[in-house]
Design a protein around this ligand. Structure first.
Ligand code: ADP
Ligand code: MG
Length: 321
């Protein structure tokens, strides 16, 4: 598959609600292929991804730990950022499917964001090349704050988590009804020791925990929660529209196509990270349970479309370069 866009899927253990309902696991994985079974008709559908992570039962020899996921996806993000690419990593899926577990983690099971920050500062402190220096400002909303160490990033993340609106729905008591975008700007400053000329290589790393993708009907949300759900679906579909406009542009080779980046704050923030000099990774988070069949199928499907469109765009840009 393309180097520029990669899609991963990860299936989590049953939660208490699924256990209480005596749920059956309808997901299976074989190498890079993920298969979902319709619990009523037993019909199976298979999808190929760059990575399929089996995190359903720890006793399985193929069980994917946080460290395994970080070593593939998190290290890949850092390596591309070091080369000067803008990199975005999105977690996508219904509320309770494991997006925040992969991106942020819980307790000692640290996710990609804290592990990537730790590794980033380790690499900076062990940088053997004295002609290169680094700084890594952190973007929080409209504030741009320079950070020197891991402890300060952790403090900012805690403040960010506390400030987020967390509302309870029937799906999950800790469901987050907002997109969380964690951005690091990595600047590598190289000094040419002969000419003493200074050159900056700047890359933007976006680590995005998207709000739940579930349709309003399945959440039982009403009033303000329902309005919030509509806004979330709007920004997810704005993301889809940006990606299909980029794909359109690739079909109409060279002709100007309007890309609706300004349709949502999400796509506006990610503008320079989706076209051009960028790398994108999607992680689709899946519930294993039969009771979530419809939502899980819709999580698997758009990604097939998303990856195809992103790949086409990337191919177009490669030809233009
Ligand atoms: P989301 O962010 O998609 O709403 P969470 O990441 O909060 O979902 O996950 C919901 C629950 O499932 C949490 O209690 C989390 O600890 C658990 N969970 C999710 N993924 C895994 C996993 N791979 N291994 C163990 N527990 C997980
Ligand atoms: Mg979450």
């Amino acid at each position: 598959m393309s180097d520029n866009v990669k899609v991963a899927v990860r299936v989590r253990p049953f939660n208490n609600r699924e256990k209480e309902k005596n749920s059956v696991c309808i997901i299976s994985m074989h190498e890079k292929t993920t298969t979902i079974r319709n619990p009523e008709s037993n019909e199976e559908k298979s999808f190929a991804f760059d990575y399929s992570y089996w995190s359903h039962n720890p006793s399985d020899p193929n069980f994917a730990t946080q460290a395994i996921v970080f070593n593939d996806l998190g290290i890949g993000v850092l390596e591309n950022a070091w080369k000067g690419y803008n990199v975005s990593l999105f977690a996508y899926g219904q509320t309770g499917s494991g997006k925040s577990y992969s991106m942020v983690g819980y307790g000692v099971d640290k996710g990609i964001i804290p592990c990537a920050c730790q590794e980033l500062f380790r690499r900076i402190s062990e940088n053997p090349d004295s002609t290169v220096t680094f700084k890594g400002p952190y973007v929080d909303g409209l504030a741009l704050l320079p950070v020197k160490d891991l402890a300060y990033i952790e403090q900012l993340m805690d403040e960010g988590t506390r400030a987020r609106t967390v509302a309870s729905t029937q799906m999950n008591a800790t469901s987050s009804r907002a997109h969380t975008i964690f951005t690091i700007i990595l600047t590598q400053t190289t000094t040419n020791m002969t000419t003493m000329k200074v050159m900056d290589k700047v890359s933007k790393i976006n680590l995005v925990d998207l709000a739940g993708s579930e349709r309003a009907a399945s959440t039982g949300a009403t009033g303000d929660r329902l309005k919030e759900g509509a806004a979330i679906n709007k920004s997810l579909s704005a993301l889809g529209n940006v990606i299909s406009a980029l794909a359109d542009a690739s079909e109409k080779k060279g002709k100007q196509v309007f890309v609706p980046y300004r349709d949502s704050i999400l796509t506006w923030l990610l503008k320079e990270s989706l076209g051009g000099n960028s790398r994108t990774i999607m992680i689709a988070a899946l519930s294993p349970a039969d009771i979530n069949y419809e939502e899980t199928l819709s999580t698997l499907r758009p990604n097939q479309k998303l990856i195809r469109e992103l790949q086409e765009e990337v191919e177009r840009l490669r030809k233009l370069a």
